[in-house]
Ligand binder design. Sequence first.
Ligand SMILES: Cc1ncc(COP(=O)(O)O)c(C=O)c1O
Length: 380
Amino acid sequence: MKTSRRSAVDPFIVMDVMEAARAAEDAGRHIIHMEVGQPGTGAPRAATDALARAMNAGPLGYTVALGLPALRARIARMYGEWYNVDLDPARVVVTSGSSGGFILAFTALFDTGDRVAIGAPGYPSYRQILRALDLQAVDLPTAPQNRYQPVPADFADMDIAGLMVASPANPTGTMLDHAAMGALIEATHAKGASFISDEIYHGIEYEAKAVTALELTDEAYVINSFSKYFSMTGWRVGWMVVPPDHVRVVERLAQNMFICAPHAAQVAALAAMDCEDELQANMDVYRANRALMLDGLPAAGFTKIAPPDGAFYVYADVSDLTDDSRALAADILERAGVAVTPGLDFDPLRGHHTLRFSYARSTTDIAEGLNRLKAYMDAR
Ligand SMILES: Cc1ncc(COP(=O)(O)O)c(C=O)c1O
């Protein structure tokens, strides 16, 4: 049977790295995982307890398409607590992870062939999901002096239907402050284009609180998830905040595409939102890991890094070491026993010269990984 042209999306290279690391482990080697973009911790304890109670109490059938009303209300309340934004719960749509949110957002906002600008480096699936929906991803090559975030000049002359940003970003962990986010929103709206803000790493921030687009405008789609700060990657639950007049549009799509986000995950997510102590304990680990990375990577010889404002990644320019980040990552895995991600996933053009290091795992692992990286670089 023939497959569609739109289905010809690229694989996620980090998955290949994970597979190579797994094969090395199967062969008896001890590997430090600096490639994976997920917390080493599970869902908060009270979240799994709440789900156990719910499983005993009832059938956990479909929820309404927009999500459990109590969860939508709790998410809206969080915008008041975190950002002092007064949000109507009616604008919150519970999704199957932020990945489900992207599909809903891109379908609600764009027509076939529309051009959507994304920063490079950036999260690879934006480009691939856009392609699978017959939309055109337009890479904006971002500059180190802009801390790898797009600025209005990057798309001033472009005909685009949308701009997608992420703050804190994957793979760099850099953030947009109020002024930078505001300038991007204004420039996007001036073109009559839609602004989408991926805020999945909010809560995992170190120096300053991340800015939500909702502090600046109601005319944006904000996409978030329980995967990262709430440590619930496999539960597949996230949310989206949309302008009031888009709720019904998204609801119709969600009804047909997903019926609803997983009911069990919604129950757990609601309880997770009241687990501040446990989640802050995870943050203490990321904070310690980040400090180790910011000392240890330059000490090992990875000197060209932008200190991350949030998330749990460091993106390093390794152009002085290689023209082939994939081969370098393979060599580091082979000789140092540390799995890292080549930049090609995030930036198809310049990613030959970059690596992403994740510090989401335990502090002991991060310290050991940095020791191994230093020994590897010393021996080069
Ligand atoms: C920037 C960014 N957005 C979205 C996702 C997808 O997350 P999920 O679908 O688990 O919410 C990820 C996953 O790593 C990410 O890094």
